[in-house]
Design a protein around this ligand. Sequence first.
Ligand code: NAD
Length: 481
Amino acid sequence: MNAPFKNLIAGEWAGGVNASRNINPSNTNDVVGEYAQGTVEDLNNAVAAAKAAFPAWSRTTPQERYDILKKASDEILARKDELGRLLSREEGKTLAEGIGEAGRAGQVFAFFAGECLRLSGEMVPSVRPGVGVEITRDPLGIVGMITPWNFPIAIPAWKIAPALAWGNCVVIKPADLVPGSAWALVDIIQRAGLPKGVLNLVMGRGSVVGQALLEHKDVTAISFTGSVATGRKVAAACIAGNPMKKVQLEMGGKNPLVVLDDADLKVAVEVAVNGAFFSTGQRCTASSRLIVQAGIHDRFVEACIERLKGLSVDDALKAGTHIGPVVDQSQLDQNLKYIQIAKDEGGKLAFGGELLKRDTPGFYLQPALFTETTNAMRISREEVFGPVANIVRVKDYDEALAVANDTEFGLSSGICTTSLKYATHFKRNSEAGMVMVNLPTAGVDYHVPFGGRKGSSYGPREQGAYAKEFYTTVKTAYTLA
Ligand code: NAD
């Protein structure tokens, strides 16, 4: 099969003798497109192209880089409805969520266009007479990127934009399940005027293309987003190589949302249902662990169930759908497995959890809410990555905070309360990279740092001006004059 959607290598759409079918999870009879499955040779060619392009690209002026990133941003924003539709069709999040994500990709490019113009250094007096010290930032070289399926355009955007803004060349391997959005993004950026070889796209399997990227000696750094299991392999490969690679990992979560007795019930239910179940719960920042104080517990459960009953789980592209399908059969199997595990552990399935039939064949699952669970159960400790959440009942704020922090993850956390005292204490003491007060744990701004701690993240933050900590390297120059 010859793929119509090929890899971008050295500025040419190339390769693609082997193709894979991109299937719509809302309707498995619908083939979104046939996309090239890259080979190790494709990857090697892409890295060689990036290496050849780097000397000239790294010396371009901030204005040249600004113009390209701004032009890319303008096209993404102008086409966000179309790009959002493609995204929803291949990944299964609702059309509104897909368009929102495409818009975010455009905003990310606009932000980093501005960052091209803002990079600065420092002049520091030396401790030695007559000597001046300059501290500047250089690009890294070739940055390899490996991305997951759940944010098919936003994550490639928030890695590619800062890399290019600060003068790096890129080889990106998107998730093989959803290559369409990354392909469309790369096409836009290339046509915005990027010199050949600066940005290369090699689609295909993680074990083939991804592994070759990790092992290539000319790749300077790897930015990875995905599961903890793959992240460990990525980090190990980056350290094992010679030279070692700089590495940044964004991985899973088991994000807690605390609901205190003094919370506004309506706000808490919206925050919980959005955070746990929107985007089909397939967000690293999803509030899959709801930690609820005893005094509000029963009212909260009842109100959540009422809210869930009113949500439509259906074709992602259909008007009125609140929750789209699960991304594929293997993720659906994983969700069902965890629903069974939670039942076997003694959790009470208070709502949902059953497969749904719709007009078209797809991976439809009614969101599942468990009550009567403890924080020791597997359902509280392991990332499911689907529309499955559980409630742990606690007696007071101190217990809530202790339970919230009792996890090997640390990406996002949240609290619903009307108390300034508890909100402030939680912000200071929650062991997470991002803390939300009366807001869903998922859903973040594009101009500020994103990332976590403990088992969720490794290395510098992504997004915002802080992204320069990963995408640049610091140089200290001394002059005697
Ligand atoms: P995954 O780890 O299975 O795959 C991620 C990427 O790694 C894919 O492109 C895959 O092809 C590639 N890969 C797999 N094996 C590889 C190997 N041996 N060498 C190199 N690359 C390899 O993750 P996924 O299922 O695509 O995504 C879901 C996971 O991503 C969840 O755990 C979720 O929490 C996490 N995630 C984290 C964030 C964050 O910012 N923290 C954001 C989104 C998703």
